[in-house]
Design a protein around this ligand. Structure first.
Ligand SMILES: Nc1ncnc2c1ncn2[C@@H]1O[C@H](COP(=O)(O)OP(=O)(O)OP(=O)(O)O)[C@@H](O)[C@H]1O
Ligand SMILES: [Mg+2]
Length: 581
């Protein structure tokens, strides 16, 4: 895990190495200062020698100045290194997520990925900065101050040890219990994030079902839980400061007491005693800092683990070594294909499908919801890999193609289609970056989108909001079809893509397909029989199995499922759209 994370330091290696070096120099300078103070008091003030006061005063100023400069440099490099590291982490994750296949995406929730890219990275960034700066500073201060104290007075240092042990035990008890709570709190953060995400993306549904109150209640419960956890942790943490103060002042009193005796007896000078006070502060403070680092690190450990998971996730679809870069034609063949979702129930969604489609044919697919229609077509453009058997496009197994080439030639209008924020033209050009405006208009005419686009005041430059919320469902579907048409694909798949389009326009689109792109293989998934009945052949799916495959007239006679569907939808009572026809 550490290795994967550290690999992301990349160009910030120099800053990462320089930070601890400057921090160490800063500490050395700081530790020297109390020592020089002792000299000023003993050799200067006590002896009444002003020259010595000037000399050591001068040294002290130089030391303080150097410590300041090194501190600034260390701080500067620490922030460069840690922000750079965070930036690389985000970049790395984002890049890898782009490579994810559908099956990789199924594994993570959107909220989870968002938390990983934001909160988790910030946690790791802070921990990283701590590691290269404070985690170097505190132990060094501790060791240096302790050795200086030992040099000055062995027996007074004994008091430090007692103080350290008391503080150490207290810290272990406090930190141990808070770390556990903090870890749980971070998991709860995830839950809160997920709640917000779900609510905001589904706000329209929330309003339609008047669920505002219960949603607010649900959210309140979630945040109250988080609040309670933090309160509990903070309550325990609140003991930190009093215990710390108690130990520090206790040590000071003890040092004053025993130190004063030693000064009187002449085994210790006044200056040395003063510097001991500074060292006791230094030592106990760094012990405190160390314990905080420990908490921070253990808190960010979970974050680090979650980031590594995304960074290490291997896209489970990869291009072959020698990819084929040309799709010969639009013929499709399924050869004993079975398929199960990796992150699903484990049951086969598609079972032993065998059939072939000729290039240029129009194929309809019908079947009940959940019968596997969308799953079937997702195998053609290799959004998922088959579990067994083969899917062939243009006579070759889809796994032999370069994925980009395959997906350019097999255009799918997904059932859950989305538009992105940008103008209509921007969105259309997802299909072909270099498409001219005329080509875009042409595609829109084919998809019957031109008619409504012309009615917008800005026409093709109309701004589409994120998710395409400012166009109607049917308009969105038509734009998505046009976007796919711009790819000039050899195979065009429409997954329930005209479900929100009125029947007349639906028929018009199908007519346009027949006349304008006769050589493209067209696969149309629909719930309406009218959308598929004039296809060359129709596939009837039932529970992932091929129930029937033939033309409309054949199926009406031979396939009970299809016949019933046709019956209910055309003889009244069926689909609402068909009622008036
Ligand atoms: N990403 C997924 N992960 C796991 N299981 C899935 C996934 N997508 C679909 N399934 C399951 O696979 C089965 C077939 O789903 P599919 O989407 O292919 O049905 P469909 O015929 O397209 O249905 P509809 O007409 O409602 O669109 C369903 O039981 C569904 O629960
Ligand atoms: Mg579907």
């Amino acid at each position: 895990m550490i290795k994967t994370l550290l690999a992301q330091v990349k160009q910030y290696k120099k800053a990462t190495i320089l930070t601890p070096i400057f921090t160490a120099l800063e500490v050395f300078m700081e530790v020297m200062i109390p020592f020089v103070t002792a000299e000023i008091i003993d050799k200067g003030i006590e002896a009444g020698d002003m020259d010595q006061v000037y000399l050591y005063g001068g040294i002290m100023i130089v030391l303080a100045f150097l410590s300041l400069v090194f501190g600034i440099l260390a701080g500067k490099y620490a922030s460069t290194a840690s922000t750079g590291f965070a930036c690389n982490l985000r970049d790395g994750m984002y890049e890898n997520i782009q490579k994810f296949s559908f099956s990789n995406i199924d594994k993570y929730s959107t909220a989870g990925l968002v938390t990983r890219m934001t909160t988790d990275v910030t946690n790791v960034q802070n921990a990283f900065q701590m590691c290269i700066r404070i985690a170097v500073r505190s132990p060094l201060t501790l060791i240096c101050s302790l050795s200086m104290a030992l040099v000055i007075s062995l027996d007074l240092s004994f008091i430090f040890f007692i103080g350290m042990v008391v503080l150490g035990v207290a810290l272990i008890i406090i930190m141990g219990s808070t770390t556990k709570i903090f870890n749980k709190a971070f998991e709860q953060y995830d839950a809160v994030n997920a709640d917000v995400q779900e609510n905001v993306t589904g706000i329209r549904v929330v309003k339609a079902f008047v669920r505002e109150k219960s949603e607010t209640e649900k959210f309140r419960k979630s945040v109250t839980k988080l609040y309670n956890m933090f309160c509990k942790a903070e309550k325990i943490l609140a003991f930190n400061s009093p215990i710390m103060m108690m130990v520090i002042y206790g040590s000071m009193i003890a040092i004053s007491w025993f130190g004063a005796h030693e000064v009187v007896s002449g085994s210790l000078t006044t200056g040395e005693l003063t510097s001991m006070f500074s060292y006791v502060m230094n030592i106990l403070m760094s012990l405190m800092m160390l314990s905080m680092i420990f908490v921070m690190l253990s808190m960010s450990l979970a974050s680090a683990r979650r980031i590594t998971e995304v960074l290490k996730e291997k896209p489970d679809l990869t291009d072959p070594l020698m990819p084929v870069t040309e799709v010969k034609d639009g013929s499709i063949e399924f050869d004993h294909v079975s398929f199960a979702y990796k992150h699903g129930t484990g049951e086969y969604t598609l079972k032993d499908l065998t059939f072939s489609i000729q290039s240029g044919e129009t194929i309809g697919i019908v079947g009940g919801t959940g019968s596997g229609k969308s799953s079937l077509v997702s195998l053609i453009s290799r959004l998922y890999d088959v579990s067994s058997g083969r899917v062939l496009v243009g006579g070759l197994d889809v796994r032999e193609y370069d994925m980009e080439v395959l997906r350019a030639q097999v255009a799918v209008v997904l059932q859950k289609n989305v538009l992105f924020s940008g103008t209509i033209l921007d969105n259309l050009r997802w299909g072909d970056e270099n498409a001219s405006e005329e080509e875009c208009i042409e595609a829109c005419k084919l998809a019957c989108a031109d008619e409504f686009i012309q009615k917008f005041p800005d026409k093709y430059n109309t701004w589409i909001e994120q998710g395409g919320t400012n166009v109607s469902g049917g308009q969105r579907q038509r734009l998505c079809i046009a976007r796919a048409l711009l790819k000039k694909p050899k195979v065009l798949i429409l997954d329930d893509s005209t479900s929100a389009v009125d029947t007349a326009t639906d028929a018009k689109i199908r007519d346009a397909f027949k006349n304008k792109i006769p050589n493209t293989t067209k696969i149309i998934i629909a719930q309406r029989v009218t959308s598929v009945m004039d296809a060359d052949r129709i596939i009837v799916l039932k529970d992932g199995e091929l129930n029937g495959f033939g033309s409309h007239s054949e199926l009406v006679k031979t396939n009970p499922i299809y016949a019933e569907m046709y019956e209910t939808q055309t003889k009244g009572g069926g689909d609402f759209d068909e009622g008036g026809e």
